[in-house]
Design a protein around this ligand. Sequence first.
Ligand code: UDP
Length: 319
Amino acid sequence: MNIFITGAAGFLGSHLCDRFIKEGHSVVGMDNFVTGSPDNLAHLAGNPAFTFYKHDISNYIFVPQKVDAVLHFASPASPNPKSPSGYFNLPIQTMKAGALGTHNTLGLAKANGARYLLASTSEIYGDPTEHPQKESYCGNVDTIGTRAVYDEAKRFAEALTMAYYRTHHVDTRIARIFNTYGPRMDLNDGRALPNLLNQALMGKSLTVYGNGKQTRSFCYVDDLIDGIYRLLLSDEHYPVNIGNAEEITILDFAQTIQSITKNKAEIIFLPDDRSERDPQRRQPDITRAREILGWEPKIELKDGIQKTIPYFKSKLGLV
Ligand code: UDP
């Protein structure tokens, strides 16, 4: 197949390019480098199975090649207000990527008779009142909060994807992606793993926001990519949660990073800015992924962190 991937220079997008090329497909990648980095694709330069176009997908997308599958992964994704690449600081670009970018990529899939996969998110559940989150849960999202630019864009994107499925019979899929980590994450995007691992490797104090009792469930990138790959090859049109079901408090997560890196510095607690509506609990129910895709994560958190450390060390100039 010829696979078209938006957000190809991003964390997940670049790993998807690698996976599809490894499986013998050709890949056309697109990115405008607002949050993605050319470094993530440098190893594919000169590879005949890979073509790249720099373009903002919120504008009409022209791809000269015929494409068999479209994967829409372009969007800022970090909720950190201090990060320049986070969606707090790119609110309009985020809404355009989720709304106009989804419209353009669906149009491209329709014109090519291609299958389509939308990268949606656990953020569509907002600060969930149901736990763990099943795909049938409709979410608890503040439409005007600062997280809304991401959450509502992705909710719109899901609705538009279903409209193209129902109206134009585009062969669509929706992946609801939970917290994911691994090599090629943006070290400075302010999210929990890059922040804490960065701090630990530099021998600094670890910053935990609030009391650290809020939870997340972290999936190693190779597991996540395998789930996406299987979903694209499946015939499932309704949303599927893809993530690791092992829930951990952020304080335990910070302590795990401390012990793996043997960092002796303390953990400091910083104020939790509730105006940003930091979700208090997050854990995917992955029953549908298990049943429909025969998929579940294989990599334990400690092993995944170990696998991520060499990338962080090289980026930090520690090797
Ligand atoms: N967090 C933290 N310290 C940090 C960065 C993040 O305690 O240095 C917390 C953050 O408040 C949230 C959790 O870690 O509760 C996960 O945040 P992240 O930014 O990774 O993504 P989210 O899951 O909120 O989209």
